[in-house]
Each structure stands twice: as structure tokens, then as C-alpha cells.
Write a protein that binds this ligand. Structure first.
Ligand code: EPU
Length: 458
């Protein structure tokens, strides 16, 4: 194997060592949706009864959300991919900055806290690696429902001052179909007095999943997934058991993994219409994709040509797959243009892909890509969750070996990624801190023998 990546320092952080150029085959299993699970966990605060959420992926984001719920007084029992949440005795209305800071989705707790305890104090989550990410739409929605909300020293203080401590139904129009704001308003309005409408809501499948679970708890939510959601407030919600939808972003990442390694793969379970925009672009650039049984997709990549994409809210091309798709376009025949329109700072992968030999020119939120014959293994680093996935896909397709650092981002959103990819034929290993003096990775890990040992041990 050729020597490619050389580590210059003595200690390297936890990393993946990826052998490029291995074809994939077989089936890649898709876990439950991270972003659904986070909202569903927050919604557990709306009932005093036990809630069982199944098919929850094991991820660090889920661990942080679990910690947040415990901090508020909920009791959690986890078994493999199921979480039972008992929020009967929640008492705390205040979330510490540290927890909110590490998980923006913690802001989902505002609505349920206001509804259950009449009060919530949550530090502003602030910007993050992919952009400023304000919460004005969440706050405006809560105010429209009758909450008093003020932001003092970057802490959002919200309370319900009506005598009955209930929010009031309202007609709310979102300026932008924000996923988080739609979820906040949905959760806050289920137990409000009267009828709420949300015009221009987000229509993402995760919204539909949340509405489905709320309805099975006794809520009356109509029209989730359409351009207008109506919620008829009820007096209380009960416990339920809910199975989380498959993660469409993980599924899309796997489809792109097949395309970038030019390997036929079966991917599932999926709900194909959650992936329509992605399937359509993959077909346009040269992949054959067909349904395989009821819940799987079969992808057969042929020659990949450059196609343009622009990200937009569902049902448009998802921002969460912009980075992985750029890796694919970096290896396509011809040129392509990728526009990011959802977040301001979501092209951190450009630099790393160029390090691997890609030819990408970025101007503001648009990337102009000229496909190259092959990428070359390198030492690369992920700056956020989806750029990390993109870089790993690039490493899989590259000539030679790569070292990927940035596992703290990857582990937020991809359950057992290297195990799944290894089972499908790629050669990846995870390594923790270790002295490496001017070491060439090809000398050590990524030998066939080493990987065979790993497989046998598994
Ligand atoms: N926005 C506002 N004001 C608001 C809310 C949002 O201006 O009050 C802006 C944001 O700054 C952004 C745009 O609206 O520019 C979209 O934000 P949105 O609220 O829709 O996104 P989110 O709820 O913060 C969720 C996912 C993201 C995913 C986006 C878009 C969760 C926990 N996160 O974020 O997932 O990219 O929707 O689909 O559901 C990821 O999984 O890697 C991830 C970032």
C-alpha cells in the first residue's frame, strides 16, 4: 500500500484511519433519525406519564439531551435503542449554559417547560460552526401564544402569567419555515387553550414524526407536512410508545457513499419520499436507484457527471447533505455549482477537499467545482457534523490513505459509522491518543491483517 498521510506531531487526537479506494458492497443499515429523536425527547416533558421512544440512535447529541432532561428532573431508562422517559416530577425550569451550549436542540425544552411549569429560563444557544442560528422565530411564536418572553444577559426568560397558567391559541405565520421554531410552537400549542395555526411551517419529515407522536399522546395536530398546521389545544397529554422514522440524512449519506465509491449498495430502512430531492439529483448525475423490497433502496452508480444543487427547506435538497454531495461532485466528470441557502457558514469542507486534490472555488455561499479524476488521501479534519461525513466519503474514494480528525463532530450524528462501513467492505479503524513519531499510517494500521483481526474480534 502506498504511503500517503504522515503525522507530524507526537500525539494525534482520536481519529479514523481510512484506506481509500475500497469498493463497498452489501447492505448499509440506517438508524433512527437523530433530529426527530431530539424533538421527541423534549416532547416527553409535556406529559406526566411514561413515554417510550424506540429506534433512537446512540449518539453524543442524544446523550446530551438525556442529560438535559435529567437536569430538569425527568427519569430516563435506556435499553439499546429505546429510551423510556418519565417526566412526572420535573421541577427545574432553568437550563445551565454548558448543556445548552453543547446542544442547540436543548432550546426545544422551552415550550414544554412553559406548558408544564409555566416558566423557563434558557441561555441563548448562540451561533455555532455552521452559522449565527438566531431563535427569534421561536420567541415570536411563544409570544404570540401569550408567553411573556424577555432576553436578559443572553438568557431567555419566558413565563405564562394567565390565571390558569395556560398559553392561548394564536395564528402564527413564520417568516422562514424554521424546523426548530415549528417544533417549538407545535409543542407549546398542544396544551394551549383554543386553536393555533402555523402558516409557512417547516415541512420536514421530522415535523411529521413529532406531530404523529403528539397525536398518539392525545394531541390534535392536523396538516403536519403541509403549508399550514392546525393545532386544537387539549387539556392533557398521555404517555405513548413511538418508533422513530429512519434517518433520511444518514440514508442520503450512504447513497452518496455508494456513488462516490462507484459501488452498488442496498440501503435501508428508508422512507423513499423523504429522500426525493436527493434521489432525483443522484439519478441526474448518473446513478440507477430503485426500490428494493418495501423499505430499502438499491443504488447502482454509473459514470458520475457534474450537476448543480441549491439547498432549501424540505422538500428541497437538504442542507445537511450539501457537504456530502460536494465530495461526490469533486470526483464527477465535468463541472458543477453548489449553493448553500439555509445556513451562512456551511462550507468548511471546501478547504479539506481541496487538500485532497479537489478543485473547488468558493465565493460566499456558492462553490464552483471542477471534477478531478481522483482525490488523494490526506490528513483531514471535520469542522462540523456534516462536513465530517463529507470528508470521510472523500477519504473512502481517495487514492491512498487518510487520517480523519474531528470525531467529536461525527459522533454527534452518525451511529457506529465506521462499523457499518467496515461491514460493507471499507477499511477504517478508530484510534485513540497514541504516540506517533513521524509515522506513516500505511505502515501500521491499514494493513489487511489488522482489519481482519478487527472483523474477527467483532
Ligand atoms: N432561523 C432564524 N430564526 C429562527 C430560527 C431559524 O433566522 O428563529 C434561521 C437559521 O439561522 C437558519 C435557517 O433559519 O439559517 C434554518 O434554521 P432551522 O430553524 O430550520 O434549523 P434548526 O431547527 O436550527 C434543524 C436541524 C439541522 C438542520 C436544519 C435545517 C435539528 C436539531 N437540527 O436545525 O440539523 O440542518 O434543521 O434542516 O433538528 C444537523 O443535523 O447536522 C443539523 C444541523
Amino acid at each position: 500500500m502506498s504511503s500517503v498521510a504522515t503525522i507530524k506531531s507526537n500525539i494525534i487526537p482520536p481519529h479514523l484511519e481510512v484506506k481509500g479506494g475500497c469498493p463497498l458492497n452489501g447492505v448499509l443499515k440506517v438508524s433512527g433519525a437523530k433530529n426527530s429523536s431530539l424533538a421527541l425527547m423534549a416532547a416527553s416533558l409535556l406529559t406526566k406519564e411514561k413515554l417510550l421512544i424506540k429506534n433512537v440512535p446512540q449518539l453524543t447529541d442524544i446523550e446530551v439531551m438525556s442529560e438535559i432532561l435529567r437536569n430538569l428532573g425527568a427519569k430516563l431508562t435506556k435499553t439499546n435503542n429505546s429510551i423510556e422517559i418519565n417526566s412526572e416530577s420535573i421541577h427545574n425550569v432553568e437550563l445551565p449554559y454548558q448543556l445548552v451550549h453543547s446542544l442547540r436542540a436543548s432550546f426545544f425544552c422551552v415550550g414544554p417547560l412553559l406548558t408544564r411549569l409555566g416558566e423557563a429560563k434558557i441561555p441563548l444557544p448562540g451561533g455555532c460552526n455552521i452559522g449565527a442560528r438566531p431563535v427569534d422565530e421561536h420567541i415570536n411564536g411563544l409570544k404570540a401564544l401569550g408567553a411573556e418572553v424577555e432576553v436578559i444577559n443572553d438568557v431567555v426568560k419566558a413565563q405564562v402569567s394567565t390565571k390558569d397558567k395556560r398559553l392561548r391559541g394564536a395564528n402564527i405565520t413564520l417568516k422562514y419555515p424554521s424546523v426548530g421554531a415549528t417544533e417549538t410552537i407545535l409543542m407549546a400549542s398542544c396544551l394551549a387553550l383554543g386553536k393555533t395555526t402555523i402558516s409557512n411551517p417547516a415541512r420536514e419529515p421530522e415535523i411529521q414524526d413529532l406531530a404523529k407522536m403528539l397525536n398518539s399522546m392525545g394531541a390534535k395536530v392536523f396538516g403536519a407536512g403541509t403549508k399550514r398546521i392546525t393545532i386544537l389545544g387539549v387539556d392533557s397529554l398521555s404517555g405513548t410508545s413511538h418508533f422513530v422514522i429512519p434517518d433520511r440524512i444518514e440514508a442520503g449519506t450512504f447513497l452518496i457513499a455508494a456513488a462516490i465509491t462507484r459501488s452498488p449498495l442496498i440501503i435501508g430502512p428508508v422512507i423513499p419520499n423523504h429522500l426525493s430531492a436527493v434521489i432525483s439529483k443522484l439519478k441526474e448525475c448518473g446513478c440507477l436507484i430503485s426500490q428494493h423490497g418495501e423499505h430499502h433502496l438499491k443504488i447502482i452508480p454509473r459514470e458520475i457527471s457534474g450537476v448543480d444543487i441549491t439547498t432549501s427547506p424540505f422538500p428541497g435538497f437538504p442542507t445537511d447533505l450539501q457537504a456530502p454531495f460536494m465530495s461526490l461532485m469533486a470526483t464527477a466528470k465535468g463541472s458543477s455549482k453548489i449553493k448553500e441557502r439555509v445556513f451562512e457558514k456551511r462550507m468548511q469542507h471546501v478547504l479539506e477537499l481541496n487538500k485532497m486534490g479537489a478543485c473547488i472555488y468558493q465565493e460566499n455561499n456558492t462553490a464552483y467545482i471542477k471534477g478531478v479524476k481522483e482525490l488523494v488521501g490526506s490528513n483531514v479534519e471535520g469542522g462540523d457534523l456534516r462536513s465530517s461525513a463529507a470528508i470521510i466519503l472523500a477519504c473512502l474514494s481517495a487514492k491512498g490513505n487518510s487520517i480523519f480528525t474531528g470525531l467529536e463532530h461525527l459522533d454527534r450524528g452518525y451511529e457506529k459509522l465506521e462499523e457499518k462501513l467496515t461491514n460493507a467492505g471499507s477499511i477504517i479503524s478508530r484510534n485513540f491518543d497514541q504516540p506517533t513519531s513521524q509515522r506513516s499510517i500505511s505502515n501500521k494500521i491499514i494493513s489487511e491483517d489488522n482489519i481482519n483481526t478487527q472483523k474477527n474480534a467483532a
